[in-house]
Design a protein around this ligand. Structure first.
Ligand SMILES: CC(C)(COP(=O)(O)OP(=O)(O)OC[C@H]1O[C@@H](n2cnc3c(N)ncnc32)[C@H](O)[C@@H]1OP(=O)(O)O)[C@@H](O)C(=O)NCCC(=O)NCCS
Length: 201
């Protein structure tokens, strides 16, 4: 049983292949990140399908309606190519603290390595920074691409185990990471990629 609104990975193929350098010099794209609406559910589902991940429309709908959570989509030339959400846990679970968590980001494989994941992550971190001094995230220990994506915000590992907040991990090992948002304020210059529309702060 997963925590409400938290989706599990369909299988291990959902992780992108780790490539230390961009495979080909890609043309820069203009990315617009905005809050998701219920009318984005079909586009979000398309992104999940393209990435071979399990879509959970009811969970996303619940997250969109929850004022303690943020769901964002990224558009390139008016098309949704990625989305992401946060989750708020009211109680700690062992070593995993209560608080705001980055709770999943997916970019359509055809739009990857153009800064879309970075823009979606920067937008959510900016939103959490208006509400809390720390942000957390849960990640499968094997998802080296996700770890690389989040590295520049100063996330540090605070726990590892088979499950946290009822989230299981493919392969059996997950990490809890945390970043201090007060420290991150100096790094704001590196948090944006492309254009980001106004999000509530
Ligand atoms: C993780 C994911 C969202 C990244 O999206 P993206 O739009 O390709 O990421 P960006 O182009 O913004 O990359 C930002 C940085 O992340 C790191 N990164 C992204 N993809 C990478 C890859 N395949 N290999 C190594 N590092 C990578 C790099 O540091 C990159 O900066 P650089 O391109 O200047 O080197 C995307 O690969 C994805 O949807 N993966 C499947 C779902 C998933 O694992 N989500 C995370 C769950 S916590």
């Amino acid at each position: 049983m997963l925590a409400p609104g938290v989706t599990g990975a369909k299988n291990a193929r959902v992780f992108a292949e780790y490539q230390p350098h961009r495979p080909t010099p890609a043309a820069p794209v203009e990315v617009e990140v905005r809050e998701a609406r219920a009318s984005d559910l079909a586009a979000i589902e398309r992104v999940e399908d393209a990435a071979d991940r399990a879509a959970c429309p009811d969970g996303v709908r619940t997250a969109i309606a929850d004022p303690r959570r943020l769901v964002v989509v990224a558009e390139v030339a008016g098309t949704v190519v990625g989305w992401a959400k946060t989750h708020h846990f009211d109680l700690p679970d062992g070593e995993a603290p209560a608080g705001h968590y980055l709770a999943g980001v997916t970019v359509d494989p055809r739009a990857r390595r153009r800064g879309v994941g970075h823009a979606l992550t920067g937008a959510r971190i900016g939103w959490v920074a208006g509400r809390a001094a720390r942000v957390h995230y849960l990640v499968n220990a094997r998802n080296t691409v996700s770890l690389a994506l989040h590295e520049r915000w100063g996330f540090r590992e605070i726990a590892r185990g088979p499950t946290f907040h009822q989230v299981p991990f493919v392969g059996g090992l997950g990490l809890v990471l945390a970043a201090d948002l007060a420290q991150r304020a100096d790094r704001r210059g590196s948090s944006g990629s492309g254009r980001q529309s106004e999000l509530p702060s």
